[in-house]
Design a protein around this ligand. Structure first.
Ligand SMILES: Cc1cc2nc3c(=O)[nH]c(=O)nc-3n(C[C@H](O)[C@H](O)[C@H](O)COP(=O)(O)OP(=O)(O)OC[C@H]3O[C@@H](n4cnc5c(N)ncnc54)[C@H](O)[C@@H]3O)c2cc1C
Length: 435
């Protein structure tokens, strides 16, 4: 079927609160959705775990779209290939915010407009678009707290409802993503159910137990968090939907307002990272604070590999790295501890750790992964100061007091590859020299 309106889906694999999809359905008679496995070398290639998720997410969205009369096609290359095939009058998409993504999108928009095709972009998956919030002097925020104070005062756009049926249901196309999912990722099926309906269920389930969140979120054995991050990363739920659902709950049940407030503050960290991604040089490779650009990192392939495999002998770190390998996920505090051991005690370049997480996390996110790595390494805006070095054993005593988490993922004790005290002193000396 030739389309007169194309919706180009990217990290927005949902039919509700999807501004580009809603606008396309308002506009066009023949709407086709397209997912492109992009080959433009400027774009950061997805990691393996994220490809697994994507593969399993395209099937449910293809079915949801088909039920409303919209066919989803997957192509490899560029959206311009789909445009050449369909010859549409209009192409709509939701914005993405990494510098390279914006460059690619701007070129595509210009090319389409030059050839007389209407090209429109809509709000992406942030609470507030990163260019739409600034300090009083008009500069980007570099510190989280004032960013949060400004964001909480904003009217966050209310989510759009699911669009009405567009035509007779069509048969969903098989979701061939042109992506291979690696064999090790197949086990993720035991832990995850990608897709928009699963995202909604998870949010509802989390809101039911949100009062345990503020305290419980730091304890990896407690499963007290929402685990919405992979759904947010692929846009199966929007941050706006999560925000408004939580706010509505706090209004209905003021007793849960404390849990809701903490959750909103974490969603705001996600937006803060998007804000950094938008305004800075490539945050996956360039330290936000210039003085950290010349740190003398150690090179040790064997230490890096021990860290990746969960074989450092530091129990909580090994547990985290094994959980990551097994499930594509790791709880936030354990992410901080594993990252800190690599970038500080082992003094290995944080970018190598960021890349490993990028490849292994089902929620790998181009803003939050580098943003948090820079936070832990001490080189980000508003980062933990370089001299704050977690002691993973003390942290384990505090946040995994019964040892349940370690027993679950790394039950066999190992000889530590690094002495926590001397490596801490080494890190302090090297990072002080750079700062
Ligand atoms: C080294 C490191 C790497 C990280 N990499 C990623 C990543 O690639 N993708 C990712 O989504 N998160 C990343 N995080 C942030 C955080 O660990 C995860 O968002 C969180 O653990 C996901 O679990 P949850 O959905 O249950 O979180 P909840 O506690 O339920 O929080 C709700 C949502 O708030 C957002 N959020 C929470 N904490 C943070 C944070 N510190 N920074 C940004 N957003 C946050 C997430 O979207 C999360 O889904 C990283 C953190 C560290 C320390």
């Amino acid at each position: 079927m030739a389309a007169n309106t194309l919706v180009w889906l990217r990290n927005d694999l949902r039919v509700r609160d999807n501004p580009a999809l809603s606008a396309a359905l308002k506009r066009g008679e023949r709407v086709v959705a397209v997912y492109v496995a992009e080959t433009d070398k400027r774009l950061r290639a997805r990691g393996a775990a994220s490809r697994w998720w994507l593969h399993h997410s395209l099937t449910p969205i293809a079915a949801d779209l088909a039920a409303m009369g919209v066919r989803l096609e997957t192509v490899s290359g560029s959206i311009l290939d789909a445009v050449a095939e369909h010859g549409p009058q209009a192409v709509y998409w939701n914005r993405r915010y990494a510098p390279a993504e914006r460059e690619v999108d701007a070129q595509i928009k210009a090319t389409l407009r030059e050839t007389g095709v209407e090209a429109e972009s809509f709000a992406g998956n942030a609470l507030v678009e990163p260019f739409d919030i600034a300090t009083k002097t008009g500069t980007p925020y570099a510190v989280y707290t004032p960013f949060w104070n400004a964001l909480r005062e904003r009217d966050i756009a209310a989510p759009l409802q699911a669009p009405h049926r567009h035509g007779e249901p069509v048969a969903p196309a098989p979701a061939d993503t042109a992506y291979r999912t690696p064999a090790w990722a197949r086990k993720f099926e035991q832990y995850w159910k990608p897709g928009e309906a699963a995202a909604r269920d998870r949010l509802a389930d989390f809101l039911d137990r949100i009062e345990a969140y503020p305290e419980g979120r730091d304890y990896p054995a407690r499963d007290a968090t929402s685990t919405l991050s992979p759904y947010l990363a692929h846009g199966e739920i929007s941050a706006r939907q999560a925000w408004h659902a939580a706010r509505a709950l706090a209004e209905r049940e003021p007793g849960r307002a404390g849990g809701v407030q903490k959750f909103l503050m974490e969603l705001a960290w996600r937006d803060f990272n998007i804000h950094q991604l938008y305004h800075r040089e490539d945050i996956a490779t360039v330290p936000m604070q210039a003085k950290f650009r010349h740190v003398k990192w150690r090179r040790s392939d064997s230490d890096l590999q021990a860290w990746q495999r969960g074989e450092t002998g530091i129990a909580i770190v090994d547990a985290g790295m094994k959980e990551l390998w097994e499930t594509g996920f790791m709880q936030n505090r354990v992410r901080m501890l594993t990252a800190s051991l690599l970038a500080k005690n082992l003094l290995i370049d944080w970018r190598l750790g960021e890349q490993w997480f990028w490849d292994c996390l089902v929620d790998a996110d181009s803003a939050s992964n580098p943003g948090n790595w820079q936070w832990v390494a001490g080189c980000g805006n508003d980062a933990a100061p370089y001299f704050r070095i977690f002691n993973p054993d003390t942290q384990a005593g505090k946040f995994d007091p019964g040892g349940d988490y370690v027993r679950r993922w790394a039950p066999e004790p190992r000889e530590p590859i690094v002495d926590l005290k001397t490596s801490r002193e080494r890190a302090l000396a090297v990072l002080k020299a750079a700062s």
